[in-house]
Design a protein around this ligand. Structure first.
Ligand code: NAG
Ligand code: NAG
Ligand code: NAG
Ligand code: NAG
Ligand code: NAG
Length: 591
């Protein structure tokens, strides 16, 4: 992995700006460097092409990545660590890759921060979190190490040199590690992913981590006076008995009002707490809202009855998004969420591409006005990449209507549209048996012109003859007491390449459509990524797509309405997106 020279943050900034400028001029040139090659390991000669590589999502130059780890904002710099195999584009030999940024859009790659070098992490340095100890203004990392026996334990690491603005080197002191071991009833093969620490009013630090005891997943609680010696609390932070192993728990407060983020230790009448867990069995990130009862040292979820079965739990993202982690950005007083999106092609394709996995665009996260769900929105900084804009407003989309949106580079863009529904009368009946299965509802829809409201939405990554396309759309149903809004991201027609995984994603959008009569959709398209935010960020869906046409031709963008009721586009904005500098080695930087 490339190491930059040590330079001060001012230089960092100037370099960013220069490079930024050069790159914004180069957007169109990227296309010219495409190449394709045949994958010898695949029985079919699959096309694997660099056209699938993203331009403005976080990736290292090569190899496998998974979970975001230890994100933090420290002394003016954002740090992102990530699960990284420095040897190959498949999972294994896991280390902590490390990059720094001043805007979370442009990133400088650093040396690997944690390598498996000690008996307690020799089988891999797995996920964990960073905590900034306020009394010392010093960051610490807690991470999971897997040892020779493949037993998991939590370890601590400190920056070697606090004067180094990038915190390049980290030490793993032998005198403390491991700091939490799987004792008693804990399954040592399912004991991992410590959260950021929070301090209670008794002055003790707490962290939660994922564990399995007797086949049940839970967030165990550990306490410490000095952050170095930890003891397991009598009771878990939470264990609803509704699911198997919980990976990558995250626990943080959100303000009852407003979008302002909260420091992780904060607890008061004015906040709710979020407990997120990544469920191995569903490969998705679910969260519960509730309150943190400090006396009991437990998370008490709202709506206890309903929350016993994880199928009722809300999801951050109804698509390809896993092992997420949030942090409090003290610079801008907001909470930021990172998630990993894996490839949906095959392992031989990943090996042929030489890379696998991306981080989604960092999202700001806050509590919805209704207090019942979180809202997520791409960080404002992303808008600095917007270039040429195409704009439409007040357009009627009649039944079967299709609007071709010309003039935008549809494989690397940001599109934001607001639809208005003049009438809800034709909404079709809601099948309440599928109230827990929005994905099945989306699968049942077959795209053809139908009676009812919707499907209406966007067709992205569309080939000229439309034999390949990805549809992101809404459909409105009438339930006995209200209207239900369904959002789908349908990848079934996203690629003609054989044997690809082509899922349909679905989720409900919890808005009062009778009152609002309008719904927005923002979609970030970046080659193989289609990241969508419905209802102003109330329902999110990330998809990975690998259309064959992209190797030789350009992508198109359409708005469509296949319902029988006319829909209005109040406005639609689509921007070409510039390519920022993401993990480009410093020597290349200076060319
Ligand atoms: C892990 O590293 C070893 C040593 O370099 C290498 O032989 C092996 O292929 C790697 N495994 C994976 C899965 O990358
Ligand atoms: C610590 O980092 C600072 C700033 O980069 C550097 O000047 C100093 O030499 C480093 N100290 C050691 C012991 O490496
Ligand atoms: C990754 O991709 C595959 C499809 O290739 C999918 O089935 C799997 O659940 C994905 N997610 C994770 C977290 O591995
Ligand atoms: C798709 O839906 C339409 C209308 O609901 C129906 O007439 C048609 O048979 C369906 N097509 C398929 C392939 O299921
Ligand atoms: C809309 O319906 C038509 C006619 O049934 C169908 O050919 C087309 O694929 C549908 N559009 C979309 C976006 O699915």
């Amino acid at each position: 992995m490339a190491t930059p020279h040590q330079s001060n943050p001012i230089w960092l900034l100037i370099l960013f700006c220069c490079y930024y400028f050069i790159l914004s001029e180069k957007v169109e040139v990227v296309e010219a460097t495409r190449r394709n090659f045949f994958n010898p390991q695949s029985s079919d000669s699959t096309i694997v092409s660099s056209v699938y590589r993203t331009s403005y999502h976080f990736q290292p130059p090569h190899n496998w990545i998974n979970d975001p780890n230890g994100p933090m904002y420290y002394k003016g710099i954002y740090h992102l660590f990530y699960q990284y195999n420095p040897k190959a584009a498949v999972w294994g030999n896991i280390t902590w890759g490390h990059s720094v940024s001043t805007d979370m859009i442009n990133w400088i790659p650093l040396d690997i921060a944690l390598n498996p070098t000690k008996p307690f992490d020799i089988d891999g340095c797995w996920s964990g979190s960073a905590t900034i100890l306020p009394s010392l203004n010093k960051p610490v990392i807690l991470y999971t190490g897997s040892n020779q026996e493949k037993h998991q334990a939590q370890n601590i690491a400190f920056p070697k040199n606090l004067s180094d603005p990038y915190l390049i080197e980290w030490i793993k002191p032998d005198e403390y590690n491991p700091v939490m071991s799987a004792t008693g009833d804990i399954n040592p093969a399912q004991f991992r992913d410590p959260t950021t620490g929070w301090m209670g009013s008794d002055g003790y630090w707490r962290v939660a981590l994922g564990a399995e005891i007797g086949g049940v997943g839970m967030a165990l609680l550990y306490k410490s006076k000095d952050f170095v010696r930890w003891e397991r609390a009598d009771k878990p932070l939470h264990s609803p008995r509704g699911s198997g192993m919980w990976e990558c728990p995250d626990f943080y407060p959100v303000a009852l009002e407003g979008k302002r983020g909260m420091e992780t230790s904060l607890n008061s009448e004015d906040v709710k707490h979020v407990l997120k867990m990544s469920l191995g069995e569903t490969h998705s990130d679910h969260y519960l809202l509730g309150r943190y009862d400090e006396e009991k040292d437990m998370f008490i979820q709202d709506n206890e009855e309903k929350e016993k079965n994880y199928r009722f739990w809300r999801r951050y993202d109804y698509g390809n998004f896993y092992a997420s982690k949030s942090f409090f950005d003290a610079g801008k007083e907001r909470r930021i969420l990172w998630g990993w999106s894996n490839e949906s092609d095959s392992k031989p394709d990943d090996i042929a591409k030489g890379w696998a996995g991306i981080q989604t665009i960092p999202r700001m996260v806050w509590l919805d006005e209704n207090g019942k769900q979180l809202v997520q929105w791409p960080i404002k900084e992303l808008e600095s990449l917007r270039r040429k804009r195409v704009h439409f407003h007040d357009i009627e989309l009649k039944a079967g209507g299709l609007l071709n949106i010309k003039g935008v580079k549809a494989s690397q863009m940001d599109v934001d549209v607001e639809f208005e529904l003049p009438s809800l009368e034709k909404a079709g009946p809601f099948d309440s048996l599928l109230a827990l299965d929005p994905q099945v509802l989306c699968e049942k829809g077959n795209f053809s012109t139908q009676s009812g409201i919707g499907p209406f939405g966007l067709l992205v990554m569309t080939s000229l003859n439309k034999d390949e396309l990805t549809a992101i759309y809404f459909k409105i149903f009438e339930a006995y007491d209200r209207h239900v809004v369904l959002m789908c991201s349908d990848q079934r027609r996203s690629s003609l390449r054989p044997e690809l995984y082509l899922p349909v994603y679905g989720g409900f959008v919890d808005i009062d459509i009778e009152k609002e009569r309008r719904i927005s959709l923002r979609t970030l398209v970046d080659h193989s990524v289609v990241e969508s935010f419905g209802g102003e960020g109330r329902t999110c869906m990330t998809a990975r797509v690998y259309p064959a046409f992209l190797v030789t031709s350009k992508a198109y963008l359409h708005a469509f309405n296949n319902g029988s009721e006319t829909i209005r586009i109040l406005h639609l904005n689509a921007w070409n997106m510039a390519k920022p500098s993401i993990n480009v080695a410093q020597d290349q930087f200076l060319i």
